[in-house]
Design a protein around this ligand. Sequence first.
Ligand SMILES: Cc1cc2nc3c(=O)[nH]c(=O)nc-3n(C[C@H](O)[C@H](O)[C@H](O)COP(=O)(O)OP(=O)(O)OC[C@H]3O[C@@H](n4cnc5c(N)ncnc54)[C@H](O)[C@@H]3O)c2cc1C
Length: 353
Amino acid sequence: MGAALAYGLQRRGLSTLMLDEGDIAFRAARGNFGLVWVQNKGTDFPPYAQWTWTSAQSWSELDAEMQEITGEDIGYRRPGGVEICLDAEEFASTRAAMQRLQAHAPHVEYEMLDRKALSQVLPGLGPDVAGGCYSPADGHVNPLGLLRSLHQCFKSKGGRIENGERVIAVQRRGSAFSVDTANTRHHGARLVLAAGLGTAELAAMIGLKIPLRPERGQVLVTERLRPFLSLPVSMVRQTTEGSVQLGASKENVGFDEGTQAPVMNRIAARAVRVFPHLARARIVRAWGALRIMTPDTYPIYTQSQQHPGAFAAACHSGVTLAAAHALHLAPAIGDGVLPEALGPMHPERFEHA
Ligand SMILES: Cc1cc2nc3c(=O)[nH]c(=O)nc-3n(C[C@H](O)[C@H](O)[C@H](O)COP(=O)(O)OP(=O)(O)OC[C@H]3O[C@@H](n4cnc5c(N)ncnc54)[C@H](O)[C@@H]3O)c2cc1C
């Protein structure tokens, strides 16, 4: 999120310094699943559904722009995606959720496919699959490619990155802000806190309450397989290189990024029920990473009323929202006013809850 915003600010002509704690930090950006996902987002919260849609619609612009700068294909594809349903109950609840979404977001197209229809789209489905929800709005990307490209694009526009620089204090000083790391003090007219799980602590230093908690996700990766999956499905996606990502769990285990065999077993078992031939694939890598969760799971965007010019942002789908952050939110921060559409995502909603 920080990289997307920093690129967007620099692209807008604002001289931007990105301070990043670095490789030892919790970093969802390095451990996520890479979905650019629209279906089932904001089912019961229209502003989030709309923001997700805006981002998905802007993704090809961001991708094309980054590719022109870096010459790199980061594997962004939008072939549509499928939420797999393993029984009639899952099928019914997915359909009900999509009907609620359509009530306020009729532009999000989808089709509930029974087992037979889904088999036409996804050959090799296991006998346990009851059906699924296909939406042409969904896509995926190589998440590490995204992170690297955002950094490269930011630097190519003149942005400065300091890695290994953990921010330990932020403060308002007159009309500007100061930011301290162990080594240096930096000054700036604007301050944007987008430090994942680290945002809560930093925001509190300028009087902003940003309630966040970690949620662990474990992900498995197989050896490279012949292409068999033309579009990402919930919990299984094949990368452009052929390896298959399986995941991701949702666990409340605090700040523990580890992996556990029983959880990995469940992930693998579900994937094998969906595509039985995966039982023969070798797992070559697995990891745990921490999602950035707010109390109601929806993003937080705010500008401090006490200290205008200080912004904070947090969300759990920063890959999906990367285009909105770089192309829409960053320019608004540059102008000093958050987009009106983000009003409902102010953290004050938790105080009145
Ligand atoms: C298992 C898993 C699967 C996911 N799958 C998807 C998906 O399919 N699609 C999707 O859209 N999203 C997905 N996500 C979420 C996505 O990874 C994040 O939303 C995205 O990485 C943006 O998070 P972030 O930038 O807020 O935090 P992070 O990626 O965690 O980055 C936080 C950054 O802040 C820095 N930092 C922290 N504290 C400080 C400090 N004091 N000083 C300086 N720097 C600091 C760290 O160095 C780090 O670089 C997934 C996440 C997980 C864990």
